[in-house]
Ligand binder design. Structure first.
Ligand code: NAD
Ligand code: UFG
Length: 337
């Protein structure tokens, strides 16, 4: 049994699906502040398997510990948290509360239940402004916004915990840019309001929900002047969590790994790939750089490959085709069901 906080979200729902397919039992604990129960209904439809869903907030120590104990879990995958960089600048206390206090509650609950195996969702944001590329795990850590700070604080908390008690088995996964959707088109990313991220925005332009894409900057020091990122298919990312859980359970070693493809694509590369996948023109205009954005960011993914035997398989065309299938079938996300 694996206990999954934030399992109804974008990455969590895809991970639940792959865990169920691999024969794991799953309990999801989620307050649905940025997701809908329908995602988990669909996960069960696709897999023809059941999972347990508990509605609750990870900062509510009493409910969390009760659910964790009842689940009989042997490991936890911790996705729950807030993730919008811009919002974190406006609402830092909400971010520290949800992400840091929430994680503290989770660790205390796990300790009290004697469950000491954890996979944590970190982010490439902990590398700050890249000093060199590709980014390996030894790159100095820094942060440029409160969201990134919460990931750094949590990573440090986890390293301190492991140093204090070697029976903890902790895997820290630093994701690059998760995109795409399950190939069924039944689950995918369902952002509330205007999407911040590139792929969901492009998908909404293609489907006619938004008039045009603003490309934030075409004067970066990159091959075509637009920002370069390491986009990774969410199903590859989900499979990375399976590899991480298996590694922790079988070998009990702690690790920190990048989950990325190692390939950087520009905004224009993504726009063209999406046009190809959807057969729709993506109307766009150039706008000034977005505050806080870096020119380029992509992973050195070799450590994950060597340690976990995991490597991303799905290319940019597949990411765009799958995102388009999800968008086309669900123009209003889960709320249109
Ligand atoms: P998401 O918002 O889709 O999923 C997060 C889930 O956690 C949601 O279902 C939400 O309802 C739940 N949640 C939030 N606060 C909660 C709380 N206090 N108690 C219980 N449930 C709570 O986000 P995602 O894209 O699936 O991201 C999952 C994790 O991966 C997050 O920790 C995020 O910071 C991290 N991450 C995401 C990205 C990305 O670009 N998507 C990149 C790097 C890291
Ligand atoms: N972009 C546009 N127009 C848009 C949206 C994005 O041109 O409407 C550009 C950005 O300027 C950037 C690229 O597309 O060059 C990707 O932007 P995203 O917002 O999709 O992703 P980011 O790399 O900016 O942010 C992601 C996660 C953050 C995380 C960060 C660093 O969303 O949570 O990676 O790891 F902090």
């Amino acid at each position: 049994m694996i206990f999954i906080t934030g399992g109804a979200g974008f990455i969590g729902s895809h991970t639940c699906l792959e865990l169920l397919n691999a024969g794991f039992s799953v309990t999801v604990f989620d307050n649905f502040c940025n997701s809908q129960p329908e995602a988990l209904v669909r996960v069960q439809q696709i897999t023809h398997k059941e999972l347990t869903v508990v509605r609750g907030d990870i900062r509510d120590r009493f409910s969390l510990e009760a659910a964790l104990r009842k689940s009989g879990a042997r490991a936890v995958i911790h996705f729950a948290g807030l993730k919008a960089v811009g919002e974190s600048v406006q609402l830092p206390l909400s971010y520290y509360d949800n992400n840091v206090t929430g994680t503290l509650c989770l660790l205390q609950s796990m300790q009290s239940c004697q469950i000491k195996t954890l996979v944590f969702s970190s982010s490439a944001t902990v590398y700050g402004n890249p000093q060199y590329l590709p980014l390996n795990e030894d790159h100095p850590l820094a942060s440029t916004n409160p969201y990134g700070q919460t990931k750094l604080v949590i990573e440090n908390m986890l390293r301190d915990l492991q140093r204090s008690d070697a029976t903890w088995r902790i895997g820290i996964l630093r994701y690059f840019n998760p995109v795409g959707a399950h190939a069924s088109g039944l689950i995918g990313e369902d952002p509330q309001g205007i999407p911040n991220n590139l792929l969901p925005y492009v998908a909404q332009v293609a489907v006619g929900k938004r008039e045009f894409l603003n490309i934030w900057g075409n004067d970066y020091d990159t091959p075509d002047g637009t920002g370069v990122r390491d986009y990774i298919h969410v199903v590859d990312l989900a499979l990375g969590h399976l590899a991480a859980v298996n590694k922790l359970e079988n070998q009990g070693q702690c690790f920190t790994v990048n989950l990325g493809t190692g390939i950087g694509y520009s905004v224009l590369d993504v726009v063209r790939a999406f046009e190809q996948a959807s057969g729709k023109p993506i109307t766009r205009q150039y706008s000034p750089r977005r505050a806080g954005d870096v020119a380029s960011c992509y992973a050195d993914p070799r450590h994950a490959q060597e340690l976990l035997g995991w490597q991303a398989q799905r290319d940019l065309a597949t990411m765009c085709q799958d995102a388009w299938r999800w968008q086309g079938k669900n123009p209003n996300g889960y709320s249109g069901h």
